[in-house]
Design a protein around this ligand. Structure first.
Ligand code: AMP
Ligand code: MG
Length: 344
C-alpha cells in the first residue's frame, strides 16, 4: 500500500485553541496524530468509514489488522460495544490508562475499524491531551500507533514527524510519551482474561481480577504457518529498525564480555544498561539503569530508531526477562529481532 497523496500537515501544540482545531479536523473526517501515555496515535473518527480507510492508507497497514477505538469516558463503551461485568471491574481499576479490552462490537462502527471482526478493542487513554481531543471531537477515535507499518512505534515528536508529516492533516506535539510501549491488550470471556499483547499493565496485576489469566502463545514466539493469532497484528513484522537486532541470553559476565569484545566494531551497535558503560569505541545507547524497567520501556523505540541514523548493520541487546513489565519488553524486542537470539 503506497500513499499517493501528499498532505499539508498542520503542526499543533497542546494548547486549547489547537485542540479545537484538531477536533474540527477529526469531525470532518480528517486524520490527526496525537500523543498518548503509551505511544503516539494516528487518529480518525471511528464512526467514519472513509476516515478509517485513510488511517490504513496513511501508515500502510494491512486492512485485516484492526484498530483500537479510543474513548474519553467509560460511559462511551456502550456506544461501541457490549461491555461485560468484568470489563467494568477492570475499568474501575485501570482506566483511564494503558489497558485495551476486546469486547463484542456494535453496528455503529463500520467494519473496517475492526478488520471485519465482530469484536472491537476499546481504550481510554490517561494522557490529558488525548482525552481532551476525543471529548472535544465528540466521537470515538480509531487509532493505531503513528508509525509507518512495520517500523518501531513513535514515542517522540521528532520521530512522529519523520514518519507522518505529509500523510496526515495535523500532528499534535505532546513531547515524549510517558510509558513508551503500546497498551496491554486483553480479551475477557466470563471470568477469564487472555493477554494478547503485554504492556505496562502486567499479567501479575491482572491476575487479581480474574479466575485465570492466559497468555496467548504469539506473545512469546513466532507463530508457525497455519496458526491463527488472536490479535491479528501479531502475525505481522513489527518494530524493526534497519539493522539486524540480535538478543543475547547468558550470564551477566558473559554478556558484559560479549559487549566489550564487539564494542570496537564500527558496524555494530550496542543497546545496554548504564552499568555497562563506558564501552570503548562502541556505538552505544543505554536503556537506563539495569533495574529501571520503566526507563527501558520509555527509551526502547526511540533507541531502535536512533540506531537507524548510526550506520550499523547489527545491534546487540540483552534478552529481557519475562516477568512484570519485562514481558512487554521481551515481546517487542524479540519481534524487533525477528526472534534472533544468541546464547553467550
Ligand atoms: P496498534 O494499533 O498498533 O496499537 O495495534 C493494535 C493491536 O490490537 C493489534 O495487535 C491488533 O491486532 C489488536 N486488536 C485490535 N482490535 C482487535 C480485536 N478486535 N481482536 C483482537 N485484537 C485486536
Ligand atoms: Mg502498532
Amino acid at each position: 500500500m503506497e500513499i499517493t497523496e501528499q498532505k499539508q500537515t498542520l503542526l499543533l501544540t497542546e494548547r486549547e485553541e489547537d485542540i479545537q482545531k484538531a477536533a474540527a479536523i477529526l469531525k470532518k473526517g480528517g486524520l490527526v496524530v496525537f500523543p498518548t501515555e503509551t505511544v503516539y496515535g494516528l487518529g480518525g473518527s471511528a464512526e467514519n468509514r472513509e476516515a478509517v480507510d485513510g488511517i490504513f492508507r496513511a501508515k500502510g497497514r494491512p486492512s485485516d489488522n484492526p484498530l483500537i477505538v479510543h474513548i474519553a469516558d467509560i460511559g462511551d463503551a456502550e456506544r461501541y460495544a457490549y461491555p461485560s461485568p468484568l470489563f467494568y471491574t477492570l475499568a474501575e481499576r485501570f482506566m483511564p490508562g494503558p489497558l485495551t479490552v476486546i469486547l463484542p462490537k456494535k453496528d455503529i462502527l463500520p467494519d473496517n475499524v475492526t478488520g471485519g471482526l465482530d469484536t472491537v478493542a476499546l481504550r481510554m487513554p490517561s494522557n490529558e491531551t488525548a482525552r481532551r481531543l476525543i471529548a472535544t471531537a465528540g466521537v470515538g477515535i480509531a487509532a493505531p500507533s503513528a508509525n509507518i507499518s512495520g517500523r518501531p512505534s513513535t514515542t517522540s515528536f521528532r520521530y512522529v514527524k519523520e514518519d507522518m508529516q505529509g500523510r496526515v492533516d495535523a500532528i499534535i506535539d505532546g513531547g515524549d510519551c510517558a510509558i513508551g510501549l503500546e497498551s496491554t491488550v486483553i480479551r475477557v470471556d466470563g471470568g477469564t482474561i487472555t493477554l494478547l499483547r503485554p504492556g505496562k499493565i502486567t499479567v501479575e496485576e491482572l491476575s487479581a481480577f480474574a479466575d485465570r489469566v492466559e497468555v496467548d502463545k504469539a506473545v512469546y514466539r513466532l507463530l508457525s504457518d497455519g496458526e491463527k493469532p488472536l490479535a491479528p497484528g501479531m502475525k505481522y513484522k513489527h518494530y524493526a529498525p534497519k539493522a539486524q537486532v540480535i538478543l543475547l541470553e547468558g550470564s551477566e559476565e558473559a554478556i558484559a564480555a560479549f559487549f566489550a569484545a564487539h564494542a570496537g566494531d564500527a558496524r555494530v551497535g550496542i543497546l545496554c544498561f548504564d552499568e555497562d558503560l563506558p564501552l570503548e569505541g562502541a556505538k552505544v545507547l543505554t536503556l537506563g539503569r539495569c533495574d529501571d524497567r520503566d526507563a527501558h520501556a520509555r527509551r526502547l523505540f526511540t533507541a531502535l530508531r536512533d540506531f537507524d541514523t548510526m550506520d550499523v548493520d547489527t545491534v546487540y541487546a540483552r534478552l529481557p526477562e519475562k516477568s512484570g513489565l519485562g514481558l512487554a519488553l521481551y515481546n517487542r524486542m524479540t519481534k524487533a529481532a525477528g526472534f534472533a537470539i544468541l546464547q553467550v
